[in-house]
Design a protein around this ligand. Structure first.
Ligand code: PMP
Length: 427
């Protein structure tokens, strides 16, 4: 049994010694002390089904033995020396990651987080295009650094500092978007922004293919194809943020952008890439990578031997355990069961997503789509009481984000849906 500090003491120390911007889930915050595959355990030994995977980060499962082993073995030999010396782990890992990419996306940069990956992608886009203007979507999250905060378009995460030369276009959200699923009209808005809001030339366009923080919003079908054409004609490069949607999570494809039938110029990755290790990557073409060749682009920990060994083990586990097909299988079961529940409960306004990247949006009025903010908060606490941890998202905090470790099973999905049914019925 766990003998460490308890929740109250930890919370007191957090309040005293950590920044006030740090937030936590639940009225009585959880002290998580152990994880095993799709389960988390609190200080009392109580088990929770983890349907949020540390914000879509634990891809293979908590403390997956293969990844643990790779990290341990490498740690015993050498933890760090930086890329000023040679080491096989970064080279082997880059080769393996590049082999997962379509087209000419063959040059890999390793960083430590999604924010860093998007910073680097934006830098490359601006240098390559010789333009400044970036286009991003409303409802997007791309990071919280001084540069990426401009790309992020959810006011909860934005501080009032200069946001850079960034334009936010209408979100192609099939449920709440002003043009429904009409991607032609959304794409026209991008063209209008370029024509009327920029010099006519742009540096690039960035989008998640399924918006994570924004509440599991899948972009209107065909949108990226239309927009990539428009952006490229205006001199820009197209960036796919795969921080949440990559590595087979969508089930139908390995990368989220493939669901829209496009090949980006730059792809950014983090979170699930490392199953919990601090790791991120940017992959681009040799031609675009050339713009960084005039100077040194250095990152002390990027591609460090331990993270590279762990990252390579993640790729192998995902293949060995056929996780993409598993996400498709379990995800379609989960979505079908949630859609059935939607028939029963008025409060479920929308069920959406792909594979194990699923959103459930709660509304008090289906016609008006009034966000059921307070009710969602109640259900969120109730799910925790029932032993299930989900994520909350969307601008109004009225969306459950279901993005479990990919080892999540159909039985787990059934347990989650039954618990949600019970929780809603008891309200
Ligand atoms: N892009 C997306 C789509 C994300 O969801 C996040 C994190 N929520 C980031 C980028 C930033 O990643 P990090 O927190 O690792 O900097």
């Amino acid at each position: 049994p766990y003998k460490g500090p308890l929740a109250d003491e930890i919370l007191r120390k957090r309040k005293e010694f950590l920044g006030p911007s740090l937030f936590y889930y639940y009225q009585k915050p959880l002290n998580i002390v152990e994880g095993k595959m799709q389960y988390l355990f609190d200080e009392n030994g109580r088990r929770y089904l983890d349907a949020f995977a540390g914000i879509v980060t634990v891809s293979c499962g908590h403390c997956h033995p293969d990844i643990l082993n790779a990290v341990l073995e490498q740690s015993k030999l050498l933890q760090h020396a930086t890329t000023i010396y040679l080491h096989h782990a970064i080279a082997d890992y880059a080769e393996a990651l590049a082999s997962k990419m379509p087209g000419n996306l063959k040059v890999v940069y390793f960083v430590n987080s999604g924010t860093e990956a998007n910073e680097l992608a934006m830098l490359m886009a601006r240098l390559y295009s010789c333009n400044l203007s970036m286009i991003a979507l409303r409802n997007a999250y791309h990071g919280g650094s001084a540069g990426t905060i401009g790309l992020t378009a959810l006011n909860t995460w934005k501080y009032s500092i200069p946001q850079g030369e960034i334009h936010h276009v209408v979100n192609p959200d099939p449920y709440r978007g002003v043009f429904g699923s009409d991607s032609i009209r959304y794409a026209k808005d991008v063209q209008d922004h370029i024509d009327f809001g920029t010099s006519g030339k742009v540096a690039g366009f960035i989008a998640e293919t399924v918006q994570g923080v924004g509440g599991a919003v899948e972009l209107a079908p065909g949108y990226l194809k239309l927009v990539y054409d428009i952006v490229r004609k205006a001199g820009g490069v197209c960036i796919a943020d795969e921080v949440q949607s990559g590595f087979g999570r969508t089930g139908s494809h390995y990368w989220g952008f493939e669901t829209q039938g496009v090949v980006p110029d730059i792809v950014t990755m983090a979170k699930g890439i490392g199953n919990g290790l601090p790791l991120g990557a940017v992959v681009t073409t040799p031609e675009i990578a050339q713009v960084l060749a005039q100077k040194v682009q250095f990152n002390t920990f990027g591609g460090n031997p331990v993270c590279s060994s762990g990252g390579l083990a993640v790729l192998k586990v995902l293949d060995k355990e056929k996780r993409q097909a598993h996400c498709a299988d379990v995800g379609s079961h989960l979505i079908a069961r949630l859609r059935a529940l939607q028939q029963k409960h008025e409060i479920i306004g929308d069920v959406r997503g792909r594979g194990l990247m699923v959103g459930v949006e709660f509304v008090t009025d289906r016609q008006e789509k009034t966000p059921a903010k307070a009710e969602t908060a109640v259900l969120f606490e109730k799910m925790r009481d029932l032993g299930i941890l989900v994520g909350k998202g969307g601008l109004h905090g009225n969306v459950f984000r279901l993005k479990p470790p990919m080892c999540f099973t159909k039985d787990d999905a059934d347990f989650l849906v039954d618990a949600l049914d019970y929780a809603i019925s008891g309200m």
